[in-house]
Design a protein around this ligand. Structure first.
Ligand code: NAD
Length: 470
């Protein structure tokens, strides 16, 4: 699946024509080769800025970045030939919206020096919980809270707007730390590394919550999933095949599941990653038990479940038929729900090198809705609800449950969209293009990794900051 327009605006005569006509000029994104490690991590030195109260935390963070052989600086002067690979802005000390002005303007003063494919990453704190006791007797209702909440939540709008101003494949994303989570906690460092790297090419304008200091840094950052066993449903093609490849690259043993009709393609993908092919319709009552049986007989355990298989049955609701609505729900939400009754039970997942991980495919259509997709929107929003509900119980058992919501990704599924709406969908994102299956796979591999153990119940969008949705 290729985007011919993207190729044309990046080559010779057609590139200058597009510039003259003022047409969108999407950049080629900095991506990781699925078969190799991501070095160098950033395309230039990393500048660490902070608000006035967060200088000590910024120092701690900057010191930690040195472990990754990065050229880390606290001074924003740059020599003539240099461009910033990334700017990290530590905003954990904000107590009032006016505290944002100085670091925001400092960031603004260096943005012209950001390299193509560069990164802006903010670190901030979660907004204080909704006031439980308005009388203030529990201490949460005092007068400071609204200003603190305004300052902390203000980072959300700031970051998303910065992302819309960046060009040349650069992105801006944020990590939002719960109170008490240190800036050098495993999932803060793991999340930062993911966002700085080429692995997050199509993640833009997103804020990812780090809820706890759980998780561990891997012994080898190139193979964080070494020793883990993962199952990927719908692995014969598209996003699922890319997930299988990236998980295998990161060291996992992969079991790929798909319907018998896709058996040949499934075998080809599994041969490529030295994985196990399991022909199985996920709507079967005993799908989870059959997957577990294969994992246990082959490897002794199962750690990671990726609920990726999905179908489309688009129709305007006025023209919708019962079979189109019900078939879609059966595959896209009822099957993952049923399988999780088994997978989310304590002691079922894990037991290898990795802690239990369940990662499901949502969609921006489940966040913002989409014309002709009432069934799909309901199922994908259902995935987000299921993810939140399972986060507590699976979290208490030492695991995590998260979702990834792709926007427009170039696959067989989206190749069926007529050319004009397809091009409009690509231009609807800040990166002005569709993502690739590997972009979604990289986000899933990150959430499956030990360094993401403090991230639970979240839905990470991989959408190039699509206009739709919050
Ligand atoms: P795809 O149609 O290319 O691949 C889906 C795979 O799932 C196929 O191999 C198919 O055979 C398999 N499958 C379908 N029903 C199954 C069943 N009952 N049992 C086992 N396997 C089954 O789709 P894709 O574009 O790679 O999408 C993968 C996932 O990502 C889906 O959940 C989809 O809803 C979601 N998603 C995709 C996009 C996108 O732009 N492509 C956007 C948002 C979300």
């Amino acid at each position: 699946m290729s985007d011919t327009y993207l190729e044309l605006v990046n080559s010779g005569v057609t590139a200058s024509l597009a510039k003259k006509l003022g047409l969108p000029r999407p950049a080629r994104l900095r991506r990781t080769d699925p078969s190799s490690v991501d070095r160098p991590l950033t395309p230039g030195p990393v500048l660490v800025l902070s608000d006035a109260r967060a200088t000590t935390e910024a120092d701690t963070l900057a010191q930690g970045l040195l472990d990754w052989d990065l050229d880390v600086r606290r001074d924003s002067r740059l020599s003539d030939h240099e461009r910033w690979g990334a700017v990290v802005v530590v905003l954990t000390g904000l107590e009032h919206p006016r505290d944002l002005a100085a670091p925001a303007l400092e960031l603004g003063s260096v943005l012209r020096g950001l390299a193509p494919g560069g990164r802006v990453v903010t670190l901030s704190r979660t907004s204080p919980a909704v006031v439980a006791d308005p009388s203030g007797t529990d201490g949460s209702g005092d007068g400071a809270a609204p200003a603190v909440a305004a300052a902390r939540h203000g980072v959300d709008g700031f970051l998303r707007s910065v992302a819309k101003e960046l060009r040349a494949g650069a992105t801006a994303n944020g990590l939002v730390l719960a109170d008490g989570v240190a800036v050098d906690a495993p999932s803060v460092r793991g999340g930062l590394r993911f966002l700085l790297s080429a692995r997050s090419a199509f993640v833009d304008g997103q804020l990812l919550q780090v809820g706890t200091d759980g998780g561990t840094e891997p012994a080898d950052w190139a193979r964080p999933l070494a020793g883990t066993v993962a199952v990927v449903t719908g692995a014969a093609r598209g996003i699922g095949a890319a997930v299988a490849r990236v998980l295998a690259r990161d060291g996992a043993h992969v079991i790929g599941v798909d319907v018998p009709a896709a058996g040949d393609s499934l075998s080809a993908v599994m041969n490529e990653v030295a994985g196990v092919a399991l022909q199985l319709d996920i709507t079967a009552e005993d799908a989870a038990e059959r997957i577990l049986a294969v994992a246990r007989s082959r490897y002794g355990h199962l750690d990671v479940v990726v609920h990726n298989a999905g179908i489309l049955r688009d129709k305007l609701l006025a023209n919708m038929t019962p079979d189109r609505f019900e078939d879609l729900l059966a595959v896209n939400i009822t099957a993952p729900l049923r399988m999780n009754e088994t997978f989310a039970r304590p002691g079922v997942l894990g037991g290898g090198a990795g802690a239990p991980r369940i990662i499901s495919l949502a969609s921006t259509s489940g966040i913002a809705g989409n014309r002709g997709q009432t069934n799909y929107g309901a199922a994908k929003a259902g995935i987000i609800g299921m993810t939140r509900a399972l986060a507590g119980p699976v979290g208490r058992a030492g695991g995590t449950v998260n979702a990834v919501a792709p926007g427009f990704i170039e696959t067989d599924m989206t190749a069926r969209i007529p050319p004009l709406p397809r091009q409009i969908a690509r231009w609807g994102s800040s990166l002005q293009q569709g993502g690739r299956p590997v972009d979604v796979a990289e986000a899933i591999a990150f959430l499956a990794s030990p360094q993401a153990g403090g991230i639970n119940g979240q839905t990470l969008r991989v959408c190039g900051q699509m206009l739709v949705g919050q």
